[in-house]
Write a protein that binds this ligand. Structure first.
Ligand code: G1P
Length: 274
């Protein structure tokens, strides 16, 4: 049993970069080859020993709930055929995990989305996966690595990676002291700084472990970049108390929030499978 029992999936965004594909379909349902992004995320959480999946959805996201439910007609149709095995993965997930959902009614930023998950998560440390950051690693998954680190440090953890300096404006960017190889004690975090204002080129990517006091901190943190509630700003409060670790994970991340990253992820995965 892992010390982290719940994983929150903020999934209320519009996915406007993928229009028209995302007009009536959640971006988290975009497939990498044949499996939707959200399923990769759920499988990563499961591998990390987590079986409570908490999904923050929005309008037009019903397909997410249907995906992790039985489809009697379809399953009856393919029973006994060579297609039956294709649903084995989702069946395994449904047997092992419980799903809870809440809706983010207004789009007020990632911090707000996480705050909406409070009722689903309760007062315990929890993981956050942004499904459009698709992570692969031949060994332990990124979240498994982070849960291991949480067990040692018992504080919030963000996954970080080096990005080109010119791209800092797309990410939360950190500053910290490297206490051991790849493990940074953070003292500064800035949401989407221009390259000239960025404290480093170490960017936060969509894997977090958060201690539950983060909810109250989010509530008390004024809106930041773009007038939105930013998780980066809330984490800065913890970082100032020495309670946030940045972890340079082992593995590779594809930014599936961009068409280019999505195509790269698709090609990479297709080649692995063929
Ligand atoms: C969010 C966070 C940002 C982080 C990024 C990782 O931004 O606000 O700090 O670096 O996820 O993908 P978004 O990509 O939702 O704009």
């Amino acid at each position: 049993m892992s010390t982290i029992n719940k994983c929150l999936f903020p999934a209320a965004g519009y996915g406007t970069r993928f229009l028209p594909a995302t007009k009536a379909m959640p971006k988290e349902m975009l497939p990498i080859v044949t499996k939707p992004l959200i399923q990769y995320g759920v499988e990563e959480a499961m591998e990390a020993g987590i079986n409570g999946m908490a999904i923050v959805t929005g309008r037009g996201k019903r397909a997410l709930e249907d995906h992790f439910d039985i489809s009697y007609e379809l399953e009856h149709q393919i029973a006994g055929s060579d297609k039956e095995g294709l649903l084995e993965g989702t069946r395994r997930i449904m047997n092992r995990c419980s799903f809870s959902y809440t809706r983010q009614v207004e789009m007020k930023g990632l911090g707000h989305a996480i705050l909406m998950g409070r009722a689903l998560v309760g007062q315990e440390p929890f993981a956050v996966i942004l499904a459009d950051d698709y992570c692969v690693n031949p060994g332990e998954s990124v979240l498994t690595q982070m849960v291991g680190l949480y067990e040692q440090h018992q504080c919030s953890i963000v996954a970080i990676e080096e990005v080109p300096h010119a791209e800092t404006y797309r990410y939360g960017v950190i500053d910290g002291v490297e206490e051991s190889p790849g493990i940074f004690r953070l003292h500064d975090m800035v949401e989407k700084p221009q390259p000239e204002d960025a404290p480093s080129n170490l960017a936060i990517i969509g894997r977090y472990i958060l201690t539950p006091d983060i909810f109250e901190i989010i509530e008390q943190t004024p809106p930041g970049k773009n007038g939105e509630m930013q998780i980066t700003d809330a984490l800065l409060t913890q970082a100032k108390e020495g309670r946030v670790i940045g972890y340079k994970f082992k593995g590779r991340r594809f930014d599936c929030g961009s068409v280019e990253g999505y195509i790269d992820a698709t090609n990479y995965t297709y080649q692995l499978q063929s």
